[in-house]
Design a protein around this ligand. Sequence first.
Ligand code: FE
Length: 166
Amino acid sequence: MMKKIALVLVVLLAGCKGNAQKKETTVPTDTKTKTEFAVVKSDAEWQKQLSADAYYVLRQAATETPFTSELLENTAEGTYVCAGCGTPLFKSETKFKSGTGWPSFYEEISGNVAYDVDYKVGYKRTEEHCATCGGHLGHVFDDGPEPTGKRHCINGVALAFVPKSE
Ligand code: FE
């Protein structure tokens, strides 16, 4: 009889432990997704808000076809902001002609761009995204011009341009 009770207890304890572990692995993941970025929207909301191309780049980390961005040849003074949430990301004075077919900047607006690493093309690249909404912007390389030596290679469709007010 004691043996039977002991066995039941072991089963119950094991069951609790199993549930507790399951909770531990799922809860932090959910919390992280919700608190990582100041602007959080569901996939359906982003799809509704953004053009198909912008959604594909910002939310699916796609790369736009080079030489297709309206902003590529833009030389007006102003600020390039996130097309998803409006956060200022790059200043026009840091834009340069890289010849790659993507809008390029030598410096980000500090604190508004966040970085990650991806191996999508088989080698290590530094991915960059909007620090406010997490929208994918492009990649940064170490072959840019002075004064930083950085080349922020950005998908134009991930950006909106706000001209400097007169
Ligand atoms: Fe954003």
